[in-house]
Design a protein around this ligand. Structure first.
Ligand code: SAH
Ligand code: SF4
Ligand code: F3S
Length: 442
């Protein structure tokens, strides 16, 4: 093979990924473009020919981490001026001008819809040292014909759609990722089949709003049903749905197909009707609570997790207590919890009644304390019961124990017997500490 003969000249790449699973998926796509161009992955970024940071703009601290990383890279670039440094993803989209001005050593800036340009950029880079910037958002780009380069493992993430049209007033995603576009059911099923062939046994379908998935051949429930039928697929998950769009059809498909996990990540954001309205979330506290009742009617053991923002502009103490109230009523299994971070350009960033940092911090700590109690409460109810567990990896604490997940997405640690990674086994829960369960094989 030509590659082998040229081995000494083979160039290397290093990609660092920030942000959500969409970015992880996109980094795998980017890796496949680099590999097609003859580049090989390296774990040592000091010696890489190409360093790409796939970035996130969702909150201030996500951007700050990348700025700090780029300052480190400036030093590397001085030592090795031939190294190519690229900023990809949501910050590239959002902060193109600022990056070009303040970080002139960044050679490449590519938004999420521009990754097809990579081979061309690498090619021209061999001839010139020009900068390359492309952050045009596309109404059509879904990278349909491409399957990403994945490392082996238990779970593979498969992107089913790109973009978001919901425009929650706090959120930068509709600006960084552009309009909603869905892939075809056929190509998603093919990608899932390829993943199973490669040895993955769990699939998580990904999108900013999976239930806005729309194609001439069907919507999200039809897709979920079709994917769940793929031979060899032991577990199917998806994230995230929008609470407004969860309907009977979707819940029926989940109930009917045993390999679709009993877990819904249902981002609440806030519990007060006035705040929800200001956030443009399009549901009320009561509608959210009614939805949870409906979910439990179809799927009595369904675990429910959520995303929470505290300290949204104008949020009063009483309105914050509505968030705590919903959490207590639903008994969320887990929450991702965030302090509101104003994103320039979004509607909420312009609201004049921003909440003080100390108040946000205090509310965050109180929500975290409540969530700890709720997680423990849910987990204690599991003691003495037996669950199906997917063996995923060795426990961090002991080589004699496995760590695996229940279909509700909680981790359980148990002593090894004769099972191996990727087996589905029955485990009886004996104890719980923090967010982890402990059990024994039955
Ligand atoms: N599409 C998903 C969420 C994607 S962003 C959904 O609608 O559920 C992931 C989470 O980040 C959001 O659910 C929200 O809780 C949080 N988030 C988004 N923008 C934020 C901001 N400006 N400040 C703090 N948290 C934010
Ligand atoms: Fe952001 Fe709202 Fe879209 Fe989620 S639904 S990505 S929170 S705009
Ligand atoms: Fe961040 Fe972009 Fe994802 S802003 S959370 S990487 S869609």
């Amino acid at each position: 093979m030509i590659l082998k003969e040229n081995k000494i000249q083979t160039k290397s790449y290093f990609i660092e990924t920030y942000g959500c699973q969409m970015n992880v998926y996109d980094s795998e796509l980017v890796a496949s473009f680099l590999e097609k161009s003859g580049y090989q992955s390296t774990s040592d970024y000091n010696s890489a020919d190409v360093i790409f940071l796939n970035t996130c703009s969702i909150r201030d601290n996500a951007e700050n981490t990348v700025h700090r990383k780029l300052e480190n890279l400036a030093y590397l670039k001085k030592q090795n001026p031939k190294m190519m440094i690229g900023v990809l993803g949501c910050m590239a989209q959002n902060l193109k001008n600022e990056l070009m001005e303040s970080k002139p050593y960044v050679d490449v800036i590519l938004g999420p819809d521009s990754y097809r340009k990579i081979p061309e950029i690498l090619e021209s880079r061999n001839k010139t040292n020009n900068h390359f910037v492309d952050t045009k958002l596309s109404k059509f780009e879904i990278y349909e014909d491409l399957f990403p380069t994945r490392k082996s493992g238990v779970n593979a993430w498969v992107s089913i759609m790109r973009g978001c049209d919901k425009f929650c007033t706090f959120c930068i995603v509709p600006f960084t990722r552009g309009r909603e576009r869905s892939r075809t059911i056929d190509s998603i099923v093919k990608e899932v089949e390829a993943c199973i062939e490669q040895g993955f046994i769990e699939i998580t379908l990904l999108g900013q709003n999976v239930n806005s998935f729309r194609t001439p051949d069907g919507e999200f429930p039809e897709l979920l049903d079709a994917v769940s039928k793929v031979k060899g697929l032991k577990r199917l998950r998806y994230t995230s749905p929008h609470p407004r769009d969860i309907d009977d059809h979707l819940l029926n498909v989940m109930k009917k197909n045993k390999n679709i996990c009993n877990h819904i990540h249902l981002p609440l954001q806030a519990g007060s009707d006035r705040i929800l309205k200001r956030m443009n979330r399009t549901y009320s506290k009561k509608e959210f609570l009614d939805l949870v009742i409906k979910i439990k009617k179809y799927l009595p053991d369904c675990s429910i997790t959520t995303d929470i923002i505290v300290g949204f502009p104008g949020e009063t103490e009483e309105e914050f207590s509505d968030t705590l109230d919903v959490a207590e009523k639903v008994i969320f299994d887990n929450s991702f919890m965030f302090k509101y971070s104003p994103r320039p350009g979004t509607k909420a960033a312009g609201y004049t009644d921003q909440v003080d940092e100390e108040v946000k911090q205090n509310r965050l700590e109180r929500y975290i304390a409540l969530q700890k109690i709720l997680t423990l409460k849910n987990n204690k109810l599991k003691i003495g019961k037996t669950f199906e567990v997917l063996v995923e990896k060795e426990s961090k604490k002991s080589a004699n124990q496995w760590a695996g997940r229940l279909d509700g997405n909680m981790w359980v640690v148990f002593d090894k017997t004769n099972e191996k990674i990727k087996d589905l086994v029955k485990v009886r829960i004996l104890d719980t500490k923090g967010i982890t369960l402990f059990g024994e094989r039955v």
